[in-house]
Design a protein around this ligand. Structure first.
Ligand code: AMP
Length: 621
């Protein structure tokens, strides 16, 4: 956490300051504190940062500050690996520029109709955010002019490399004016990314937020994988299912402290918020009430909770992931005070998975995955709590007045003690019903790419297809190019034929990009691609839902409709091995029965990986 820096100290223009205040941002995140002054000064920048660190604002705010509002042609171009990220970044620009008059940002990605994109381009936009393939298409068609460009951002550069877009990125970079500013962000720094930085960045300032190693003891740490729109539901389950005395819930913004404490209050929790807008007296009063047990939960931002020392806090919930490991250690240190045991739970979205690993490495402690309490567990806990209350009441209270009443009612109502007790229990549990197992349906964990925008802040778009299974982790600076193990390709795969080939100028990267974006399949799950003259083949998971398969049929790559079908044997054409090291004999089989539906798992020998077959190696391009 940047200890004392404020956004106003960063010399951002007033409309941008107003926007971040309105969004509820209290302080710049570490990457923002480091990047904003450098980009404001017009320097090129190479930033190592992961999703969840606040990197979007780190480049969007200073570049917006340098924008010429009178000029309606593209001045900033952001290249992003996926359409989801392009949309998110465009939405972030829009949010930060909300007080800049006549501001326009345009996302451009594959799968969207050209007609609409052309209309929007004609209207004019100062900021374009796009996927490399579509941007290149527009440059080729002459529908996007970059001669007024002041800055280009490569967001998630390593991801663009992994998806095979890097040649397109280079071509686009070469098409931008020489004097433009360049900012490049990447979670990892493989050698190819460094090489691009060396080629295109001038005296680049490099920033990396170091994760300080620090150990935390006596705190049990767990995480839950979920989408942003599942967080509130998950929070109430955790609060129901976990044992705790008092709890602190960490969020990123002032507005979130208010919103969540209001929602919990409405559900009957004794809760208050703690944020940077509160004066010292209010803050102290809230802490006193927490210590005294008048409230059990506080919802706080990092800054507001700094130095908080309340022994009762036995559960820390990281509702929003902290920006770095230092903030994490600080947050969870609010529990386990005075030698007590503490618990910490972290909510992580699939896109933030890498940040989770960084935190684990820095704290040198595993953060165990947990599942959310089910309806049955919550029901059992409520019943147990009630029983405990009953036991305490029987032991501690003088109940003679009530015993007389019961005796009287038993006679008058001509009933039994059991019926009376059941009716009284029914009335007593109305505010906090005991029979609730079915009211808590299962919250399903999001899988794979998790590239969807989060519902709370970034709109809500349905994901079309997500492979189950976690995204394989990559480690450190391992070069992304070159042969590597296909650990993940051990499920059922089919070879599919698509109607775009070498004669249309297609490259493997175009195919990976189109399928990854259109079918929302992580590129790691896209297998060997063979390019023939008139068509290509690609290995894909056999269980693609029919809906996605039908959608892929209509997708265009290099102006050709893919018309994807399960490969039923290609004419003997010699492929170019773009993403495979397999020998030429390993061609699509011609004796394979055809099928136009996905999901069939007929696998002639040599037509791609067999289920459970040893992983193959491939080269990537
Ligand atoms: P990013 O790493 O750019 O994807 O940002 C992750 C999330 O952090 C987004 O939801 C942003 O709205 C939020 N965010 C970014 N900067 C700040 C900040 N300084 N204070 C609070 N929230 C922020």
């Amino acid at each position: 956490m940047s200890e004392s820096l404020t956004f106003s100290q960063l010399a951002l223009p007033e409309p941008l300051l107003r926007a971040v205040t309105e969004l509820g941002y209290e302080t710049p995140s570490p990457i923002q504190a480091a990047a904003i002054p450098k980009l404001l000064a017009g320097e090129d920048l190479l930033g190592q940062a992961q999703t969840g660190t606040g990197k979007t604002a780190a480049f969007a705010l200073p570049l917006l500050a340098r924008l010429d509002p009178a000029q309606n042609e593209p001045q900033i171009l952001v290249l992003a690996p996926t359409r989801e990220l392009a949309i998110q970044v465009a939405e972030a620009f829009q949010a930060y520029a909300r007080f800049m008059p006549a501001f326009h940002v345009l996302p451009l990605y594959g799968g969207q109709s050209y007609t609409n994109q052309l209309k929007s381009l004609k209207r004019g936009s100062q900021v374009i955010v796009g996927t490399p393939g579509r941007i290149l298409d527009h440059l080729d068609r002459g529908t996007l002019q970059l001669d007024k460009l002041r800055a280009i951002v490569l967001d998630e550069a390593d991801e663009m490399l992994r998806m095979g877009f890097i040649d397109d990125v280079q071509t686009i970079m070469d098409a931008t004016p020489a004097g433009r500013q360049v900012a490049m962000f990447s979670a990892t720094m493989p050698s190819q990314i460094r090489a691009i930085a060396q080629k295109h960045l001038k005296n680049a300032q490099e920033i990396k937020i170091e994760s300080k190693t620090s150990t935390v003891e006596r705190i049990t740490q767990r995480y839950v994988m979920l989408d942003g729109n599942q967080k509130l539901d998950a929070l109430t389950r955790v609060l129901e299912g976990e044992e705790y005395d008092a709890s602190i819930i960490f969020v990123r913004t002032k507005s979130a402290t208010e919103e969540i404490s209001e929602k919990l209050g409405a559900r009957g929790y004794a809760v208050a918020c703690l944020n940077g807008d509160m004066n010292q007296a209010n803050r102290e009063q809230t802490i006193r009430r927490l210590k005294a047990g008048q409230i059990d939960i506080i919802v706080a931002t990092d800054v507001a909770a700094r130095g908080l020392d309340v022994e009762r806090i036995s559960l820390v919930i990281n509702y929003d992931i902290p920006y770095d490991s230092e903030a994490y250690v600080h947050r969870i240190g609010r529990t386990g005070r005075a030698g007590r045991e503490g618990k910490a739970i972290l909510f992580v979205s699939p896109r933030e998975r890498r940040l989770l690993r960084t935190i684990e490495q820095a704290t040198r402690q595993p953060i165990e995955k947990m599942s959310l309490p089910t309806g049955e567990v919550i029901e059992q806990r409520r019943i147990e709590q009630f029983r405990e209350q009953l036991a305490n009441t029987i032991e501690a209270k003088n109940l003679s007045f009530f015993q007389d009443l019961i005796n009287d009612w038993r006679e008058k109502l001509e009933t039994t003690d059991a019926d009376l007790a059941a009716a009284l229990l029914f009335l007593a549990q109305k505010d906090q019903p005991l029979n609730v197992a079915k009211q808590f349906p299962e919250i399903r964990e999001p899988h794979a790419r998790g590239e969807r925008p989060e519902r709370t802040e970034r709109g809500d778009r349905p994901a079309r297809y997500e492979r189950s299974g976690e995204r394989p982790e990559r480690t450190g600076d391992r070069p992304e190019r070159g042969p590597r193990q296909r650990r993940e390709m051990q499920g059922n795969y089919n070879t599919y034929r698509i109607e775009v080939g070498k004669e249309h100028g297609v490259r493997a990267g175009d195919i990976v990009g189109a399928i990854a974006n259109e079918a929302n399949i992580d590129s790691q799950f896209i297998g060997n691609i063979k390019l023939f003259d008139h068509f290509s083949t690609v290995e894909l998971p056999a269980d693609i839902p029919n809906e996605i398969f039908q959608h892929l049929k209509k997708v265009y790559v290099r102006k050709q409709k893919l018309n994807i079908s399960v490969d039923n044997g290609a004419p003997a054409e010699r492929p170019t091995y773009e993403r495979s090291e397999r020998p030429a004999s390993d061609r699509p089989s011609s004796d394979r029965p055809g099928s136009d539906r996905p999901g069939s798992d007929r696998r002639p020998s040599g037509a791609g990986p067999r289920p459970g077959a040893a992983p193959k190696r491939r080269t990537r391009d």
